[in-house]
Design a protein around this ligand. Structure first.
Ligand SMILES: [Zn+2]
Length: 319
């Protein structure tokens, strides 16, 4: 879901190989690829090796045992070391759960993008080890086999560019109840669609509608003139600029490059971007601001004051 980036990634890959090579001395000479090629293979090369290794499970089964050693808490180089270098603090598959590493405490699980039972040769390949949360790795993916052809790969693909969250309004209670809307996650990319299905992303995100309800409510409270006032008062001291202020109010990182920093940031970013669409949907779905459309609002607003949320939306729709 969120692309994994790190400026030192090439150094980590090299160090990963150097730390493992002495423990993999029984790697067979008969292999078409050198041990270094297998451990450091970039995602496209992983696919090539996986195709070559099809039907060669037995020969490389020992690599699964080596992976188990790697995940054990030992003094030598292990999964904790790799996880703390990578600092992937939010699961890249779901962007819901934290995956912090705390030494000798907790770390992300490592999902094998190419399943290790089917492709044991790739058990310790750097780009086949995707730091991820327990729900994504163990509860949902399990031993399902991913491939570059069928699923997007968090080290090379940006889910953010091909899939977007949007808000679908169900009724006029949307600004005070989560029953008034649902969250849709749309994509035309087949490989992203597979990720959404495997990790049950659309269903899981419905459980976070409370965050979006708060966002809608904040949109009401922090209207444009109030934001201007806050900026006049605090720009350069509390907030860097308008975007920074929006980040504080929304509770998420809303820059594409930063959505991996905090859970649910992709959702918050997309819904904020969808704000103008929300306005449009309000016109169509709730008949606010346009007369002579099929009315879906059962009751007329009893409060005509400007501060009534419905009037707030109505006024904003004219903007
Ligand atoms: Zn996850």
């Amino acid at each position: 879901m969120v692309k994994i980036t790190h400026k030192n990634i090439d150094i980590f890959v090299k160090a990963h190989f150097n730390n493992l090579k002495d423990k993999l001395k029984e790697f067979p000479n008969s292999c078409k690829y050198s041990l270094e090629e297998v451990i450091t293979a970039e995602p496209k090369k992983l696919h090539e090796i996986a195709e070559w290794a099809e039907g060669r499970k037995e020969e490389y089964k020992f690599m699964i045992g080596k992976y188990k050693n790697f995940t054990a808490k030992k003094k030598e180089y292990n999964a904790y070391d790799l996880a703390s270098k990578l600092q992937v603090n939010v699961c890249p598959y779901c962007n819901i759960n934290s995956t912090f590493t705390i030494e000798n405490g907790t770390r992300p699980e490592f999902d094998h993008f190419y399943d290790k039972a089917s492709y044991p040769i790739l058990s310790l390949s750097f780009y086949n080890l995707i730091p991820s949360c327990h729900i994504c790795n163990s509860s949902l993916k399990g031993d399902k086999n991913f491939s570059l052809k069928t699923h997007i790969h968090p080290y090379i693909d940006s889910f953010d560019e091909v899939a977007k969250f949007s808000l679908k309004l169900k009724n006029s209670s949307f600004y005070h109840s989560i029953e008034g809307f649902y969250i849709e996650l749309e994509t035309t990319d087949k490989r992203a669609k597979s990720i959404i299905e495997v990790f049950k992303l659309e269903d899981r995100y419905q459980k976070h509608r409370d965050i979006i309800l708060e966002l809608i409510q904040k949109k009401f409270v922090y209207d444009s003139s109030y934001l201007d006032k806050l900026l006049t008062k605090y720009e350069g001291t509390l907030f860097k600029n308008r975007e920074d202020l929006q980040r504080v109010i929304s509770g998420g990182y809303i820059d594409s490059n930063e959505i991996g920093k905090r859970p649910l940031s992709k959702l918050i970013k997309d819904i904020l971007e969808d704000y103008y669409n929300i306005k449009y949907k309000l016109i169509v779905d709730l008949n606010i601001g346009k007369p002579n459309q099929n009315k879906k609002i059962k009751k007329k607003p009893s409060n005509n004051s400007k501060s009534h949320p419905r009037n707030f939306w109505k006024n904003n729709l004219k903007a």
